[in-house]
Design a protein around this ligand. Structure first.
Ligand SMILES: Nc1ncnc2c1ncn2[C@@H]1O[C@H](COP(=O)(O)OP(=O)(O)OP(=O)(O)O)[C@@H](O)[C@H]1O
Length: 471
């Protein structure tokens, strides 16, 4: 780890302890001053300060929270200098408790402060040593988190398809980040400055869908008192994301296909075609090929949308990202609403790894949010997240065979995921022949796409049940 540099940002009215600051300079601290939050943020853009010393006025500035919200909670370790009496104010107590590393009374003692700042610096460097890996998005709210090989592969694919102006079909289980992926494709494409509009095809009432998408002219039907511009036209110069495309009624599929072929819309009741420059991204969590076979989805539309394909991985395929994701959501929610909770207990991180996450990243978001409400301690425990340590791995009654079977089935699923479901490659990685791997897939009821045989979400404990009942 690099030796942390002794850059110190001071904020607020520090005139009453000017001498102390001079002594700190003589101890090797480079001091940069900001009068207010705005200046502090500007300073942070040019100086790599990770420790802040704030002269906290009795009126209680919320500055440490503001700065941490902007820069990511825990990025700056704050030490507050306060009048002892100020601790009687709830607001100040809360602020120090929630946003500061430590505090010292007036007049601050240079030696003690030096030690305190040094240890704050140590804490800051620990945070820096564990940055949250992301795919950045120009829009601050939509960064993608995860540094596993599957997520890196996803980022690479996003960059590749962003450069092409063709439709993209995004597939993946519910909650795996299909919409976020669509936003990232848009943001990294040449249309990034244009609009990004989302239509959930499953949520639109069938009677309204035509006019929602294509718009209508005044008087086109009873109740059409005004001209309405449809969402396709409103996406001019940008991207239209059609979520749950599999739910689009068949008659609408024809209209959408026509639009994709000539990039012109006909408003309902309109007389002329209007050209629209828009890129269409579509997402589905159902198997569209199967839907085509069943006659529920038009084959021509499927091929038109499926020019480029991106698959968002299930969370169980990249368990190494669970903790960084959980930390990211924790920081995000802490910034939105200051919390006394400081992070996750060790037990909690172990249990998060064991949980199969059938609801994927959305489930993780919800569980982290819940845990921050439920937690009564400084660290979140498994029960705060509504999770229990999985019995199967720790129960005395598990036979060695059962434990082996579970490990075997999890290793196979992970190898398939890593090898894009290519059985031959997964078999090579696992050091078995292809025939053996097929036999094992059958034994563990795994289809070669990593799901269970009936296509339901894979939960290792379910596999165990299947196995126990079939033997
Ligand atoms: N890699 C990621 N990094 C950070 N947040 C993520 C990531 N992937 C998903 N999320 C978050 O998880 C939640 C679900 O993501 P999203 O809505 O994109 O999933 P989805 O696959 O479109 O779900 P559905 O199929 O149910 O519509 C959102 O809050 C999203 O911001």
């Amino acid at each position: 780890m690099m030796e942390p540099s002794r850059q110190l940002m001071t904020v607020g009215n520090t005139t009453s302890f000017r001498d102390t600051l001079q002594q700190l300079s003589s101890y090797g601290w480079s001091i940069h001053h900001a009068d207010n939050a705005q200046e502090a943020m500007e300073l942070l853009n040019s100086q790599a300060c990770s420790v802040g010393l704030i002269a906290m006025a009795p009126s209680a500035s919320s500055l440490p929270l503001e700065v941490n919200t902007r820069y990511g909670l825990s990025q700056i370790q704050w030490v507050a200098i306060i009048e002892r009496d100020a601790l009687q104010h709830d607001k100040i107590r809360d602020l120090i408790y929630n946003a500061c590393y430590a505090y010292q009374d007036y007049p601050p003692d240079a030696r003690r402060l030096d030690i305190l700042l040094e240890s704050a610096l140590g804490m800051a460097s620990l945070h820096e040593a564990h940055p949250i890996p992301t795919l950045s998005c120009p829009d601050d709210n939509h960064h993608m988190i995860g540094e596993s090989s599957v997520m890196r592969e996803l980022y690479r694919t996003i960059h590749k398809v962003a450069g092409a102006d063709a439709p993209v079909l995004i597939t993946g289980e519910s909650g795996t980040g299909k919409e976020l992926t669509a936003r990232a494709i848009h943001a990294h494409s040449s249309r990034g400055h244009g609009p990004f509009n989302v239509v959930n095809c499953g949520a639109l009432p069938s009677g309204l869908i035509q006019s929602e998408l294509f718009g209508h002219e005044k008087g086109a039907f009873t109740g059409a008192n005004q001209r309405k511009i449809g969402i396709i036209e409103n996406s001019q110069g940008g991207t239209l994301f059609l979520d749950e495309i599999g739910d689009l009624p068949l008659d609408m599929q024809v209209n959408l296909l026509r639009f994709l072929e000539n990039l012109k819309v006909f408003r309902v009741g309109g007389l002329k075609e209007i050209p629209v420059d828009v890129r269409v991204l579509a997402a589905t969590h159902v198997d569209l090929e199967k839907a085509v076979e069943m006659g529920e989805f038009r084959e021509d539309l499927y091929h038109r949308l499926n020019v480029l394909q991106v698959r968002t991985p299930a969370l169980r395929e990249h368990p190494e990202d669970i903790e960084p994701l959980a930390r990211f959501f924790f920081q995000k929610f802490s910034a939105e609403k200051p919390s006394r909770v400081r992070g996750f207990s060790h037990d909690c991180t172990v249990v998060m790894r064991q949980h199969p996450w059938p609801g994927n990243i959305r489930e993780l978001v919800n569980r982290v949010r819940r845990s921050m409400v439920m937690c009564e301690q400084r660290l979140i425990r498994p029960t705060d997240m509504g999770l229990e340590r999985r019995q199967s791995l720790s129960r005395d009654t598990d036979t060695l065979q059962q434990v082996r079977d579970m490990a075997e089935s999890e290793a196979i699923r992970a190898a398939l995921a890593r090898n894009k479901h290519k059985v031959l490659h997964a078999a090579r990685e696992l050091g078995v022949s292809r025939v053996t791997l097929y036999r094992l897939l059958e034994k563990h009821c795994i289809d070669k796409n990593g799901g269970s045989v009936d296509g339901k979400t894979v939960d290792p404990s379910t596999f165990r049940l299947v196995q126990l009942t079939s033997t």
